[in-house]
Design a protein around this ligand. Structure first.
Ligand code: F3S
Length: 426
């Protein structure tokens, strides 16, 4: 199928916009051919996931593009980097690793990217609007942008995200097109106790369950409350995009493209209808833990996967204020966030409360891509469905999934302290 190119596309291919744009456009065109797409389209914003130093190729690619004169053509934010730019020395990150990470950071900054260093860009700078065509990497950010903001992006991979940012072009296909955004599978929540909806870990368990069943189909959820928060969407989407390849979900009566059942399915019928009851949510929650039972010693608590927002810090501070003790000396309590949120924390009274309790706030990075907890094993407790999903493989850790409140109580005791009845068990 011949690919229609604009005059500017052809000029990029000929090298009139420099060598980096030529290479980037060559990759875009090749991808369009592989996808059997006959047209490219403009994007007006990008988010790059390829800055995570996953391999030597990550650094090579960024430095090569920068050396060839690459400049992003659209506003482009950056995902996490493999170290905390302010505190890596204190955290014992090896010099050689740090130098490579810093070189990569500089390459992206030289290309004109915005150094946000966060996997939750949708809760900070440059939030895309309804219908905006964008090219985002990082699965949790993609699903949030598509579902909650109703911006339009495919699940872009590392390196391709930079090519899109440099050219401002992507193949016209997938979730960029209205007709591919219709719901395919209905998840109906049945008789779920109402107070469960106030708990972020319920959303993570629900996302885990939905991702597992939907895989790459577009789920539509019926029965969630209208006042679901940004943080709850974040927990749901991150888990769904980890357990499955979910890039977009709709919530009937809540998300912008699903104000009604008909709108969510664009007038079609669902391919499948799945009822979700409390027992299904409990099973999904339990699946997120690799350790269960009594007397489990905790080595680390990890919150902020995806990066913690200011409102999550407010909730954490509230929980801490209810407890007179500090974090147990044998436990490392890590909260991942970004510089923008940290700036707000510094201006509030929360920072002191949280750090005095013994929390280590880590900026810019992720436990799976920095040497912070690298494959140390042990027991990690988290309220994140995404962290629970990846920790056994990436950190060689045993995992306990719990609510934020349970994480705080467990941190103080040094032992897992969960309240299963909170989830409807007696
Ligand atoms: Fe962010 Fe790392 Fe979790 S990139 S979403 S903190 S796996």
């Amino acid at each position: 199928m011949p690919l229609k190119l604009s005059q500017k596309d052809r000029q990029m291919l000929e090298g009139k916009y420099g060598e980096a744009a030529k290479l980037a456009m060559t990759i875009i065109v090749r991808m369009a051919q592989v996808l059997e797409v006959d047209e490219l389209m403009d994007i007006t914003q990008a988010h790059i996931d390829g800055c995570g130093l996953m391999s030597d190729a990550s650094l090579d690619f960024a430095e090569t593009m920068a050396r060839l004169g690459g400049r992003v053509a659209v506003p482009t934010t950056l995902n996490m980097i493999p170290l905390d730019l302010q505190n890596w020395q204190k955290q014992g990150v090896p010099q050689e690793f740090a130098q490579r990470a810093l070189r990569m950071a500089n390459a992206y900054i030289d290309m004109g990217c915005i150094p946000t260093w966060t996997c939750a860009p949708y809760q900070g700078t440059l939030v895309p609007r309804f219908g905006q065509q964008i090219a985002w990497g990082e699965s949790n950010a993609i699903v949030y942008a598509n579902s909650v903001l109703a911006a339009r992006t495919n699940r872009y991979a590392d390196f391709f995200d930079l090519c899109a940012a440099i050219t401002g072009r992507v193949p016209k296909c997938g979730l960029h097109l209205e007709e591919n955004r219709k719901g395919q599978i209905l998840f109906r929540l049945v008789e779920i106790p109402e107070d469960l909806f106030s708990d972020e870990s319920m959303y993570a368990a629900l996302g885990h369950l939905i991702g597992h069943i939907a895989q790459d189909r577009i789920p539509v959820i019926e029965g969630l409350p209208k006042d679901i928060t940004s943080d709850q969407h974040k927990a749901l989407g991150a888990a769904a995009a980890s357990a499955g390849a979910v890039g977009l979900y709709h919530v009937i009566g809540v998300t912008p493209e699903a104000q009604t059942f008909n709108q969510a399915f664009q007038g079609s019928e669902p391919q499948d209808i799945i009822e979700i009851r409390l027992a299904d949510l409990l099973a999904a929650r339990d699946e997120l833990s690799t350790l269960r039972g009594a007397d489990i010693k905790v080595d680390a608590i990890v919150l902020g996967c995806p990066h913690f927002s200011f409102t999550e810090f407010q909730r954490l501070a509230q929980l801490i204020e209810e407890i007179p003790e500090r974090v147990h000396s044998a436990v490392r309590f890590i909260v991942l966030t970004n510089q923008m949120t940290y700036g707000l924390l510094e201006r509030s009274h929360l920072l002191r409360t949280i750090t005095d309790f013994g929390v280590e706030i880590v900026l810019d990075t992720c436990v799976f891509h920095s040497p912070l907890l690298a494959a140390k094993g042990g027991v990690v407790m988290t309220n994140s469905g995404k962290c629970a999903y990846y920790a056994p493989g990436e950190l060689k850790a045993k995992v306990v999934f719990g609510t934020m409140e349970e994480c705080v109580r467990s941190a103080v005791k040094g032992m897992v302290d969960r309240q299963e009845e909170r989830w409807g068990k007696s």
